[in-house]
Design a protein around this ligand. Sequence first.
Ligand code: HEM
Length: 145
Amino acid sequence: MLIKYISLSSLIVLYSLMFIGGYVSAAGLGLTCPDWPLCPSGILPSPEYVIEWIHRLVAAITGALIISTAIICWLTKNSNQKIKITGTLSAIFVLTQITLGAIVIDLKLQALLVAIHLGLGIILFAMVLLTTIMVFRINNIEISN
Ligand code: HEM
């Protein structure tokens, strides 16, 4: 059951992250926090960059959820090769996307990189969606010891 909850949570949190990212971009808030990984006031947000801070926080949560899903896909006895592949690709894409987010800021929102950040986000969403659909089709989920 755990794999179903975690994969579905990944999908929902990822969708929210993409929504927040769209807001950050459209509202021109992309450089409100110019440092990486923390914003100038440290771990806690400050009002001038709270939205961008939320985008990073939710990205960290999304990363943890997607990587956990990939690990559980490998540990689940009756998960098949396709689930393992989409789960692993999701983990690789989320790590790439987080790294790319840092580069987007470092290179001051270079247009091509922002477009790649959007494009990779869509591919990541598709991969997490596929994993979730396939996970919900497994019968009698058993985790190996
Ligand atoms: C799983 C991780 C992430 C996903 C799925 C994601 C997704 C998105 C999406 C969909 C957008 C909107 C792009 C657009 O409308 O053109 C966006 C914008 C943005 N993201 Fe992320 N993001 C992630 C992680 C990060 C991280 C870790 C950072 C770095 C700090 C970051 C920095 C940004 C910035 C600065 C923008 C706004 C770009 C602009 O102003 O045009 N993202 N993100």
